[in-house]
Design a protein around this ligand. Structure first.
Ligand code: E4P
Length: 215
């Protein structure tokens, strides 16, 4: 499974890249709003650190506006993926960009049929949001399983990018369900390598060695 960082923080992108396991980055308007820098400048900076796909979201909600903004985003770097909402206008923009050879990420996907439609329109990525469904008492992970089943049944090539991941248990179950990619906050990525028994085991090994050989 590929691992993307879900962040617009350059510092976090650098930290994730340093781990050697960063396959791409996703950003969104809320994430860039926290940064206080122009979106295009930050995307350019991120693309210098991460050579994998970097999703740049449009703010426009109408087809013409999405096309205008998306065309500006792709001028920034070759790995930019235009992130569009999973609406009817987003679907049309997805088809238009795909026909032009521009990669898209269809975001805010909350039901399997949105994923089926955007795959038909040629989306490169679809982003089902797990955490936000869990937040309203629904089963976000079931959405991942349903999309996987539809895509596999019909041989649909769109990559299933699990998003709105809150903790490592989400990530584990995405991997088990066959998500192609998961986009996570930095903490979830670093938490993957943490276990109290690993820390305890290191402590025991170091102490035993020192007792036997000194130092
Ligand atoms: C995905 O591309 C989104 O940026 C993101 O995963 C949203 O997550 P949230 O629900 O934690 O805001």
């Amino acid at each position: 499974m590929q691992l993307y960082l879900d962040s617009a923080s350059l510092n976090e992108v650098k930290q994730a890249a340093d781990l050697g396991v960063l396959d791409g980055v996703t950003t969104n308007p809320s994430l860039i709003a926290k940064e206080g820098v122009p979106y295009s400048k930050r995307l350019e900076e991120i693309c210098k650190v991460c050579s994998g796909p970097v999703s740049a979201e449009v703010i426009a909600t109408d087809f013409a506006g999405m096309m205008r903004e998306g065309k500006e985003h792709v001028k920034i770097a070759p790995q930019i993926v235009v992130k569009l909402p999973s609406t009817l206008d987003g679907l049309k923009a997805c088809k238009a960009f795909s026909d032009d050879g521009i990669k898209t990420n269809l975001t805010l996907c909350f039901q399997p049929l949105q994923a089926m439609m955007v795959a038909k329109a040629g989306a490169f990525l679809v982003s089902p949001f797990i955490g936000r469904l869990d937040d309203i008492g629904q089963d976000g992970m079931q959405l991942i399983r349903d999309i996987r089943a539809i895509y596999d049944t019909y041989g649909m090539k769109t990559k299933l990018l699990a998003a709105s991941i809150r903790h490592t248990n989400h990530l584990l179950h995405c991997a088990l369900a066959g998500a192609d990619v998961a986009t996570c906050p930095l903490k979830v990525i670093t938490d993957c390598m943490k276990h109290p028994l690993t820390d305890k085991g290191i402590e025991i090994f170091v102490n035993d060695y020192k007792k036997a050989f000194g130092g």
